[in-house]
Ligand binder design. Structure first.
Ligand code: AMP
Ligand code: GLY
Length: 424
């Protein structure tokens, strides 16, 4: 079978690598892909918001399954587009339709969903410029720090955590009245600050049953010790030591089951990944957010730990017989570190030649923001490459990753040297 993966990051390289191991996968295509995916698949230049161009790619290349990496095409309705098209309607899409994608596309929707279906989450209310005064009053009922979230997609930048009430009121006004995050912040969710330690749990569902994939911890801040600006993610560790069996059982009972049942009750036929961002507060899970896709760089730590055929699970999603499928996971720990361009997550330069990554044996190299220029591999984004290694312990896995990173070079390469610091 020919498969098309949509996206261009380390996550999509990890999907491509894992699917390339399946005997049932004939040819892989990645749109638009990066310099790494081009080695194991065929890259096709497509704008992912141009569904007609995606359709042409699918028909021209006899594609029989589409795996959607990022959230934007899902929120824009790519799965619905396939179902409404006579030529595409029988080609399975791994990723929810628009109604399910709202779990990520609207924070207000996802909070309502959680409340309705009894999924533990922080107390909240939503506001627009029409009821700004009520927003100020609600803020006054909360303890600092104050959490403000733009309702819509804001490329990971729409969440503000503020220490003073004064500041929170100013930012709320800026978000709803001045469209600080564009239309995404016309509605703002204000919620209670959750204490605890964060982790992510990944679920794959065919709308009827589900599989819980390995959990991971992501490091979002640019600076060591979790300080500075938010990024897409600077590294990941899987599994998460504090997510023991007792905790994961609670997550399954209190979060995963009501989420899947809630989707069914609401008539949302969801086929794809649910990425559940969780706070663990003294062993009790509370949902911080849902995403409707896999995480990046979490995927680069999670997928390599799956030792069975990932395509088999995707077939289960496509044919709604996921309950008949099984998968296996190595006990080893995977440690992933992102190499980023100097300046990221603010302005950075591109087209820096990347050297030394080709003959690394101890680690898996996932390309993210890379491209090819005159036969050289050069940087093409803020997050450039993810380096993943296995170990019996986090320290061993990290040791290999750092040794591999020592061999890689590009001008102004930056990475965090403390990934996993809070876990060992
Ligand atoms: P989100 O986009 O909703 O995941 O928010 C981004 C980040 O903000 C999360 O990964 C958390 O680190 C933090 N965050 C969001 N909501 C809360 C909350 N209610 N309490 C504490 N931290 C939060
Ligand atoms: N690494 C966090 C995300 O993918 O949203």
């Amino acid at each position: 079978m020919n498969i098309l993966i949509l996206g261009s990051g380390g996550r999509e390289h990890a999907f491509a690598l894992k699917l390339s191991e399946s005997s049932k996968v004939k040819q892989l295509f990645v749109a638009p892909g990066n310099a790494g995916t081009n080695k194991i698949a065929k890259n096709i230049k497509v704008d992912l918001s141009d569904f007609d161009a995606v359709k042409k790619t699918v028909l021209d290349n006899n594609i029989k399954m589409v795996v959607v990496g990022p959230e934007v095409p899902l929120v824009e309705g790519i799965h619905d587009f396939f179902l409404a098209d006579v030529d595409l309607k029988n080609i399975p899409v791994i990723g929810p339709k628009k109604d399910g994608a709202l779990l990520e596309g609207s924070k207000d929707f996802s909070k309502q969903f959680m409340q309705k279906h009894g999924v533990p989450t922080a107390r909240y209310q939503s506001f627009t410029k029409e009821n700004l005064e009520a927003g100020f009053t609600f803020l006054e009922t909360l303890e600092p720090p104050y959490v403000l979230k733009a309702d819509g997609l804001a490329a990971g930048k729409g969440v503000l955590i503020l220490n003073s009430l004064e500041e929170a009121k100013i930012e709320l006004q800026d978000m709803v009245s001045n469209e600080k995050f564009g239309k995404a912040s016309a509605t703002v969710v204000i919620e209670e600050f959750l204490k605890g330690i964060e982790l992510s749990v990944f679920v794959l569902t065919d709308g009827k049953s589900y599989k819980i994939l390995p959990s991971a911890k992501d490091y979002k801040r640019i600076g060591e010790g979790d300080v500075g600006l938010n990024t897409g993610g600077m590294g990941a560790i899987s599994p998460v030591p504090f997510a023991d069996e007792a905790f994961l059982n609670k997550v399954e009972e209190l979060v995963v089951k009501p989420t899947i049942a809630g989707l069914q009750k609401d008539g949302i036929d969801y086929r794809g990944f649910i990425f559940i961002g969780l706070m663990n507060n003294n062993g009790n899970p509370s949902v911080v957010e849902y995403n409707v896709r896999m995480g990046d760089p979490e995927t680069e730590a999670v997928l390599p730990r799956i030792t069975s055929d990932l395509f088999d699970l995707f077939e289960g999603v496509a044919h709604q017989n996921l309950h008949k499928k099984s998968f296996s996971v190595t006990d080893k720990t995977a440690a992933t570190i992102m190499l980023v361009s100097g300046g990221y997550p603010e302005a950075y330069q591109k087209n820096k030649e990347i050297k030394g990554f080709e003959n690394i044996k101890e680690s898996i190299i996932f390309h993210a923001g890379t491209t090819t220029l005159d036969d050289k591999v050069v940087t093409n984004g803020g997050r450039v490459m993810a380096v993943t290694s296995f170990g019996d312990t986090i320290e061993e896995a990290l040791g290999k990753t750092y040794r591999s990173i020592d061999k890689i070079h590009f001008d102004q390469m930056n990475y965090r040297k403390d990934i996993g610091f809070d876990l060992v």
